[in-house]
Design a protein. Sequence first.
Length: 179
Amino acid sequence: MLRSVRSILLRMWLIEYQIRAHIAFVQFLNRRIPYAGRYLGMIMDRLILIIYGIDMQSNSIHVHRLLLGHPVAVHLGGHGIYSAGRVRMNACVRLTARDVGDPEYERLYAEDRVFVLGDNVVLGEASILLGPLEICDNVVIGAGALVNKSITEPGIYVGSPARKVAEVPDDRWVREAEV
């Protein structure tokens, strides 16, 4: 009994858990209270920006296990992020559109899938992803990398534009997502 209470309190202390709970609550409000829920969600998203420095639109984030290593100046935007797996984003990560007028972007934006990320994906500090794009499973993107096209092969990517420099990484960066 004491162990389960301790576990719940520990999870509530973790920023990742608070952000996941926030996203789930805003999406719940949007589904249950059609008009007012959307505006309430926008206000709550602004509070997350003020408190944690994370700029996001919770309605467009559909990530099974999202980890924010250092949640400072992370820009998730409202482009549509989807992952059925574990994704870790570190400080100053920016997901943005390459060209807003692109018909492919418009189609994926309507589906909330501009960025489709696999399982065990790590986005390093100050990395920039220009969508629309897909990243396969088991990919680490190094600090300061610029990803401007889809990544279809597992490995470690660095540089501007990002290029593969090493083979498949292990999952030590996202193991804690199972908490």
